[in-house]
Design a protein around this ligand. Sequence first.
Ligand SMILES: Nc1ncnc2c1ncn2[C@@H]1O[C@H](COP(=O)(O)OP(=O)(O)OP(=O)(O)O)[C@@H](O)[C@H]1O
Ligand SMILES: [Mg+2]
Length: 134
Amino acid sequence: MSVALELRDVGLRYSTRRGEIEALAGVDLCVGEGEFVALLGPSGCGKSTILKLAAGLLAATTGQVQVASQEVAGPSQHTGVVFQKPNLLPWKSVLNNVLLPARTLGLPVVPARQRALQLLALVGLSDFAHDYSF
Ligand SMILES: Nc1ncnc2c1ncn2[C@@H]1O[C@H](COP(=O)(O)OP(=O)(O)OP(=O)(O)O)[C@@H](O)[C@H]1O
Ligand SMILES: [Mg+2]
């Protein structure tokens, strides 16, 4: 089985106004392609931090993070993230929130809109496509 995600001796320190917070130290993790892995642990143990490293939203302070044997250097179109808290843009309609990734990637508008409407229908939100989330 090939390796999809690998963390080697990873450390991450957040810099805050009150100094540094060591969120991770010496983390090793290896996830194979097609494996389904859940990270369990108490609040604050660093689960979300690991996901942000894997997604390229944070850079490790020490150690190595690889996806598909490539060093993670930043966010990638090939890595999706479902955030812990909803991150909807309140000034955009439900449909335009769903369309945001397609717009960011510059995908053709008409098929993207059709696909977004299909996805809204799939989750029973067609009637709310033009509403706002606040
Ligand atoms: N942006 C940040 N700035 C400073 N410290 C942070 C930041 N994000 C997380 N931390 C700290 O890093 C540590 C790990 O946080 P993280 O959010 O990764 O934990 P978690 O396991 O996902 O927790 P939860 O189960 O509550 O979601 C905690 O001590 C947290 O307070
Ligand atoms: Mg979390």
